[in-house]
Design a protein around this ligand. Sequence first.
Ligand code: ZN
Length: 192
Amino acid sequence: MKPAAWTSWFVMLTVLVGCSQRQVAPMSYGKNELVRVYPSDTDPAVTAFVQKELRQLLSVAEHPNLAMSVTLQQPQIRNTLAMAYPNGDITIRPSAVANAMESQAALWSLRMVIAHELGHVMGGHWFTRGSGRLQKELEADQLGMQYFRSLGWSCTVWVDGFRSTTDQGIGTTEHDAKARYEQARQLCEGEK
Ligand SMILES: [Zn+2]
């Protein structure tokens, strides 16, 4: 698959991302263990990779000392690439991480996904269907792009990702994809 195809594939799936209602008290970890990766028998190289990617985004987020965990498994909602829970748990499809370890394009897509999910966590978002959902997706994108800016990372990956999704049209979420593309374009333009 070409890099461009990877990007649009990732973005298409993140359009469907949401937060599920699962209330668990945040656990307190030691500072060196801010990001835990499950399942616990995950390949140490994969664990270290995920920890590094999440830690650098977390370091510029609203609550950099929040204990987070990443669960590498297919999220419960079909076709969804990643999900976030307000208690600081992010679930990511394992293949998205494996691909990011192999390709630069997939790495930037994964960074977008993690930044977006972190935005949901920091925004305290609950999963919503219907009218409130797009607003939360836009807010999560906005926060995610803010983390990118703080790290000195280019915002163009967001614009390009959403642009290719919009070009292809993706059925019922097409409207959302257009709104997300438009916001990303405007925010990115404002950075220049
Ligand atoms: Zn989302």
